[in-house]
Design a protein. Structure first.
Length: 273
């Protein structure tokens, strides 16, 4: 006689395998779909069915994301080079301050001789000083001579996160947004495209990205669906830093204005003047 608990385990394994197979089929289908002329239309339809609550409606479990050590304040620490400020991280900092109680600080490392005044004050003034324990987490930016932005927070075993795009993804995850697999993949793709092609690519690559953005923004208000995502933040900042904003096509120009109407973007624009 077969043990009922063993039967239940086998059934559960079969169900897991079935779901994995379905997921593989969906990914394979998406891989084929993005190679067809109708790809944008198909993917847009999928995105529009992916319900996503506005950023102001929910949040992540900070203790779960950053760890909890006897109630100690968690400090996100970012090293960045002032010669190429990671604007997307500054936008995300402003958004986080709208959601959480953030203890902000800016410092200069000894490897940097001088930092422009506007970068030293990029977080503005801390309007109300409170005891550390009343904040949900700390956000410290250190201007340092590093090849690319680096981030770590106070978990001893954690490896640093490197690269503006990767750090931006992590910070945006603190808003607790949930997406389906297709939407998450497209967001990641736009972030990488913005960093490696729009920001660091050749003139030809930048032109191709602007055309792709224009096509995508002809279908939806934001790069991925109808809500702001980290893809919009990173792409907008890349456009500002590459000087491609003025040459952007109509849909991209409209999207840029929509971004700039949000307070976190407008505050960062002051750094560009």
């Amino acid at each position: 006689e077969v043990d009922p608990s063993l039967q239940a385990l086998e059934s559960r394994q079969e169900e897991i395998l079935k779901r994995l197979y379905e997921l593989k089929s969906a990914v394979d289908g998406l891989s084929k779909m993005i190679q067809t002329p109708d790809a944008d239309f198909d993917v847009t339809n999928i995105i529009q069915t992916d319900e996503c609550s506005p950023l102001a409606a929910n949040g992540a479990d900070i203790d779960l994301m950053l760890g909890k050590d006897y109630g100690a304040l968690k400090d996100i620490v970012i090293n960045a080079n002032p010669s190429l400020p990671p604007l997307s991280l500054l936008v995300l900092h402003s958004l986080l301050c709208e959601r959480y109680k953030v203890l902000s600080a800016v410092h200069t490392h000894s490897s940097v001789k001088s930092v422009p005044e506007n970068l030293l004050k990029c977080f503005g003034e801390q309007t109300k000083k409170q005891p550390r324990h009343e904040y949900q987490f700390g956000f410290t930016l250190i201007w340092k001579d590093v090849p690319k932005p680096q981030m770590k927070f106070s978990i001893q075993t954690m490896c640093p996160i490197e690269g503006e795009g990767n750090i931006a993804r992590f910070l945006f995850s603190l808003f607790g947004q949930k997406y389906n697999a297709v939407t998450s993949t497209l967001i990641d793709s736009w972030v990488d495209t913005a960093i490696f092609q729009l920001k660091e690519g050749s003139t030809k690559e930048k032109g191709a990205v602007l055309r792709s953005m224009n096509a995508a923004l002809g279908k939806t208000s934001w790069l991925v669906g109808n809500e702001l995502t980290v893809a919009d933040i990173v792409a907008w900042c890349a456009l500002q830093q590459t000087g491609s904003a003025n040459a952007a096509p109509a849909n991209v120009q409209k999207w840029m204005k929509a971004c700039e109407n949000l307070a976190p973007f407008s505050s960062v624009m002051k750094l560009l003047k």
